[in-house]
Ligand binder design. Structure first.
Ligand SMILES: [Mg+2]
Length: 303
């Protein structure tokens, strides 16, 4: 793994995971975006009906006779014949992508906070300060981890003991894999424990953005090279926007104040903790989640 940068576990998601089916050909009048709204009086109907007959002769999944095609109302023809394929041709219809925070989102508790509480003199109140909006999370983490004196072996044991996977995450990943939904972790947490825990849980194939921690003589040196000059909250938002630019609708899940910018940009946000409070206060639509089963169910039924 490269220091302080993005690491990809072996099965990096494909850059574009659209439906692999080849879209059927549409004559210009049919391919028009106005198709979804056309009515029985539209001049495109005769052409559409005629075209639907041709398509149905070649698509075994449609056993409707030519005659019945002529009797179906135009809107129904559009839906039955090429509703899904048409969506492939429309921007923002690539399907869903998932961008998710790690600490206290994928895990049941924040591992960074747990380490600081256990290995430094920081109190719970000190740790809560990092959740106050306006706190630059990455600066805070960098400063606090300088005081962590524990050696790698000791921290590894602590992480194994502390790290718990939130229920439903593996199910969510399975649904995403089946439906070719890209999933990416965007975290302000540290690589050594994120890697340890994902490996322990047998989770592979995710793109992970996180900080790089390096043991130095008097503590841990934390670097956020992947931010490339952006703050963590804006970087998270940029990852959401990147998928949207590629035509995806994005589900974002998080818990902290650094997730708020991303939550504002996502199509659907699942939130808990500080993030949920911020969303409610600022009228950003967000659904509370306690496990990932509801997210998996949503994606399975809406993909
Ligand atoms: Mg978090």
């Amino acid at each position: 793994m490269q220091a302080g940068s993005v690491w990809s576990l072996p099965l990096t998601p494909e850059p574009l995971m659209g439906n692999p089916r080849v879209p059927i050909f549409f004559p210009p009048a049919v391919a028009s975006p106005s198709l979804r709204g056309f009515t029985g009086k539209s001049p495109a109907i005769p052409l559409l009906c005629k075209f639907a007959k041709v398509q149905m002769r070649h698509r075994t999944s449609y056993q409707t006779s030519t005659k019945s095609v002529g009797l179906v109302r135009p809107k129904a023809i559009a839906l039955r014949s090429f509703g899904t394929d048409l969506e492939l041709r429309t921007p923002a219809r690539e399907g869903w992508a998932v961008v998710v925070d790690f600490d206290a989102t994928i895990t049941t508790q924040d591992i960074s906070d747990a380490i600081l509480l256990h290995y430094t003199s920081n109190s719970f109140k000190d740790v809560r300060e990092s959740y106050v909006p306006g706190t630059v999370t990455e600066d805070w983490v960098r400063e606090k981890f300088r005081a962590v004196q524990a050696r790698p072996g000791e921290l590894r044991k602590f992480v194994y003991k502390t790290g718990r996977l939130r229920p439903g995450f593996k199910r969510l990943l399975r649904i995403c894999r089946i439906n070719k939904i890209p999933v990416e972790i965007v975290s302000g947490g540290l690589d050594f424990y994120i890697r340890l825990l994902l490996n322990r849980w047998g989770i592979r194939g995710l793109k992970v953005y996180c900080a790089n921690a390096r043991w130095i003589s008097h503590g841990l040196d934390v670097r956020y090279r992947y931010l490339n000059g952006f703050t963590l909250d804006h970087f998270k938002a940029r990852r959401v926007l990147e998928y949207k630019k590629r035509g995806y609708r994005v589900v974002y899940m998080g818990d902290g104040s650094s997730d708020f910018e991303a939550a504002k940009k996502a199509d659907i946000t699942y939130a808990r903790g500080t993030l949920l409070g911020l969303c409610r206060k600022n009228l950003v639509t967000a659904k509370f989640f306690n496990d990932f089963k509801m997210v998996a169910t949503f994606l399975n039924s809406h993909h």
